[in-house]
Design a protein around this ligand. Structure first.
Ligand SMILES: Cc1ncc(COP(=O)(O)O)c(C=O)c1O
Length: 374
């Protein structure tokens, strides 16, 4: 076979302004290309240890059990659910978008009796509604999405929801895929028991690792299980013995992804959490101002609009797919369309991590202006 029929890979450099992946900084890409070393090499174990310390800083937690699951955000979601659900457990899931729906679907597959707390896509729940639902049953776990990437809504009141869950003896599980590293996530202060995220959004790393943190309360629940965790690969009992002493082989760690994540986390800590959140907010506001000038109205009200992901409404008469195709082909910019009930109604624009820069925003606004107004 001719080598020339399979030319060398030549991936375009896109301006990634969709819901993820975000752009990766050159520093992260350099770390990614470091030499491959063994998963039990003392140098690699040192990298993992530092990665763990950095993850605690970024999650704002002292949780001992804090690590990065091999796999994308959905693997983090699986790990967060499978370790704490035994068949027949009662679980309450807030479903207000595509990822709440995924939590519901996964929890059912682990044999939980799952109840849904629902709202129309684009809305959020009041903590009092969790409290009322919690009175009805002895739930073991309450699961919700902090930043719903399908709608652009931020679920506020997490400390109140966590307190309500604890008053009723339930654990609180929070999906922070589209929040961690871009907007405040305070695991200890909010008293969240289980949280996971993904490397490729506001942490600006390539996809493939899912940060996860587990409180002492949740660890006790894990220790008290009567049945083995249904998913061998994501069983925290095994993963914990690899990340900590005795560093027993569990899987062949994707070492380069860990090098990249360590660098991405180092960049978060170097910038400072407060400064980073302020940058994401200021850039989101710049984008919102620009949208107003283009007469594109955000779908989510300002009070609970995400700084990391905006969902402008698609004006009547504008072709969703054609606009996105032109952005990609003519301007090299990726944004995404809506899911489910929001398909054809909104675009999804992510301003996360290394993508959250003024020059990217001005480029997108100018490109949209030319496409929409000629
Ligand atoms: C809120 C949320 N949860 C979970 C996921 C799943 O992550 P992944 O696509 O990395 O598996 C995503 C992905 O966009 C997400 O936005």
């Amino acid at each position: 076979m001719q080598n020339s029929s399979f030319p060398e890979l030549n991936t375009p450099e896109r301006t990634l302004l969709g819901p993820g992946p975000s752009m990766t900084s050159p520093r992260v890409m350099r770390a990614l290309s470091a030499p491959v070393i063994g998963h039990l090499d003392p140098e690699f174990l040192r990298v993992m240890d530092e990665e763990q310390q950095l993850l605690r800083l970024v999650f704002q937690t002292k949780n001992e059990l804090t690590l990065a699951i091999p796999g994308t955000g959905s693997a983090g979601m699986e790990a967060a659910l499978c370790n704490f659900i035994e068949p027949g457990d009662a679980v309450l899931v807030s479903v207000i978008g595509f990822f709440g729906e995924r939590l519901y679907e996964m929890a059912k597959r682990y044999g939980a009796e799952v109840d849904r707390l629902e709202r129309a896509w684009g809305e959020i729940l009041d903590p009092a509604e969790f409290e009322s639902a919690l009175k009805k049953k002895n739930y073991k776990l309450v699961a919700l999405v902090h930043a719903e990437t399908s709608t652009g809504a931020l679920q506020t009141g997490i400390p109140e929801i966590a307190a309500a869950a604890h008053r009723h003896g339930a654990l609180l599980l929070l999906d922070t895929v589209t929040s961690l590293g871009g907007i405040p996530v305070e695991i200890d202060r909010w008293d969240v028991d289980i949280a996971y995220s993904a490397a490729q959004k506001s942490l600006s790393c390539p996809p493939g690792l899912a940060p996860l943190t587990v409180s002492e309360r949740a660890r006790q629940a894990l220790a008290a299980r009567k049945t083995p965790v249904a998913n061998w690969y994501l069983d925290l009992n095994g993963l914990e013995k690899y990340w900590g002493q005795p560093h027993a082989y569990h899987h062949t760690a994707p070492c380069n992804l860990h090098f990249a994540l360590r660098e991405g986390l180092r960049m978060v800590v170097e910038e400072g959490l407060e400064a980073r959140f302020a940058r994401h907010r200021a850039n989101a506001e710049l984008f919102w101002e620009g949208l107003e000038a283009l007469e594109l109205s955000p779908f989510i009200p300002l009070e609970y609009r995400l700084a990391t992901l905006t969902t402008p409404r698609i004006p009547p008469g504008v072709d969703d797919a054609e606009t996105r195709r032109r952005l990609l082909e003519e301007y090299n910019i990726e944004i995404a369309g809506g899911f489910g009930p929001l398909k054809g109604k909104v675009w999804r624009v992510g301003l996360m991590g290394y993508s959250s820069r003024r020059e990217n925003i001005l480029l997108l606004l100018a490109a949209l202006d030319r496409i929409l107004h000629g």
